[in-house]
Design a protein around this ligand. Structure first.
Ligand SMILES: NC(=O)c1ccc[n+]([C@@H]2O[C@H](COP(=O)([O-])OP(=O)(O)OC[C@H]3O[C@@H](n4cnc5c(N)ncnc54)[C@H](OP(=O)(O)O)[C@@H]3O)[C@@H](O)[C@H]2O)c1
Length: 327
């Protein structure tokens, strides 16, 4: 047995989650039994999808669901040796025991940071890649709009679209994210939706309309994009973060779908296993060549996971929000 900690949901949030909705709970983690491994969590992900789960699906008084990267510290399973790095969905636990199912051994490229396997080369990266290229059916040189462009998914979407020779407009909520997108990433236009009237700014930024809108926000963003969609435009619906805490603005421009023959389609990251090999090859190359840049906000300390999750809803993160549990 080893003393460790878990993050529990202790009550269901009303609106935006607050610290009191969560608790850091001490537990005793058993040693690895026959066929098992014990894993030390190194990096944990906090993600917007967790918020809707807090309303119903996430059990109370149990370790929060979530993904991360860990190191095998005890192995009694032939597939793993001590020291192996594994990507997992074992939740918010400092230490855990597993029979190995759902653990993916990582052999990180030495030229890349381990953390990129939690974003650009992980779940948010394949979401961006599959959502833009397959669901959005992006064609080279098209007109693209991406919301939450300074975040984990959005920043990768925006850069893939630039690699494909597109005209790319991004929206974000802070001036420093906007400056990074314009100056470092080279977007054609960036809108700070908190300081500019979104519809007017989007109209001015998209003189040739929008062929693909990569939707991460919903509400007013969707409304503004619908008004600018070109004939046979595609809206790839990845997320609607403005609605996750309840409320959010209604959408009035849906009828634009009719005459513009717009296709709007939702998707989830796991829809793209057939793209995985090509995705890893492309993304590894783009990262190494500096063609895909990234930002990370890494909070140090296991107990800061609730703060990280809550911070996603105020835009605390530049790029991917991660929690560093151990080195
Ligand atoms: N379909 C899938 O499988 C899948 C997988 C991963 C993610 N997603 C979705 O993709 C979107 C982005 O996820 P991510 O992991 O990359 O998170 P992220 O963009 O790195 O972080 C969330 C960002 O959302 C913005 N935001 C928060 N509340 C907002 C609001 N009310 N209106 C507008 N923007 C708001 C904030 O940025 P600003 O400072 O710019 O406001 C915040 O930094 C989310 O909608 C998520 O649910 C879907």
């Amino acid at each position: 047995m080893t003393a460790s900690r878990q993050i529990h949901l202790v009550r269901r949030p009303q609106g935006v989650p607050v610290a009191e909705d969560f608790a850091v709970v001490g537990v005793d983690t058993p040693d690895a039994g026959e066929g098992q491994v014990q894993v030390q969590n190194l990096l944990m992900s906090v993600d917007p999808y967790m918020r809707p789960r807090l309303t119903a699906d996430q059990p109370l008084d149990a370790a929060m669901l979530g993904g991360g990267i860990g190191r095998v510290v005890q192995s009694r399973n032939d597939r793993f040796k001590e020291g192996d790095l594994v990507r997992h969905g074992a939740g918010m636990q400092e230490l855990f025991v597993s029979d190995g199912k759902g653990l993916q051994t990582l052999n990180p490229d030495p030229a890349l940071s381990l953390s990129v396997y939690m974003h650009a080369l992980g779940g948010t990266g394949i979401t961006a890649y599959g959502g833009l290229l397959e669901t959005g059916a992006l064609k080279d040189g098209e007109q693209v709009f991406v919301s939450t462009a300074g975040g984990a998914v959005g920043s990768v979407v925006a850069q893939i679209a630039k690699i494909k020779g597109c005209y790319v407009v991004g929206s974000t909520g802070t001036d420093d994210k906007a400056a990074w997108l314009k100056d470092e990433v080279g977007l054609d236009a960036v809108i700070n939706y908190k300081s500019q009237p979104l519809s007017a700014a989007l109209k001015a930024a998209t003189p040739k309309g929008i062929d693909v809108y990569f939707e991460n926000v919903g509400g007013a963003h969707l409304d503004a994009a619908l008004a600018r969609m070109n004939l046979r435009g595609r809206i790839a619906v990845c997320g609607m973060i403005s609605t996750y805490n309840g409320g959010g603005e209604g959408v009035r421009n849906l009828s634009n779908m009719i005459y513009s023959r717009i296709r709007m389609e939702g998707f989830v990251a796991s829809d793209f296993p057939h793209l995985q090999v090509q995705f890893v090859e492309d993304m590894t190359g783009w990262l190494k060549a500096g063609r895909v840049k990234y930002q990370e906000t890494i909070l140090d300390g296991f107990e800061r996971a609730p703060e990280g999750l809550i911070g996603l809803f105020s835009g605390l993160n530049n790029g991917k929000m991660l929690i560093r549990v151990a080195d």
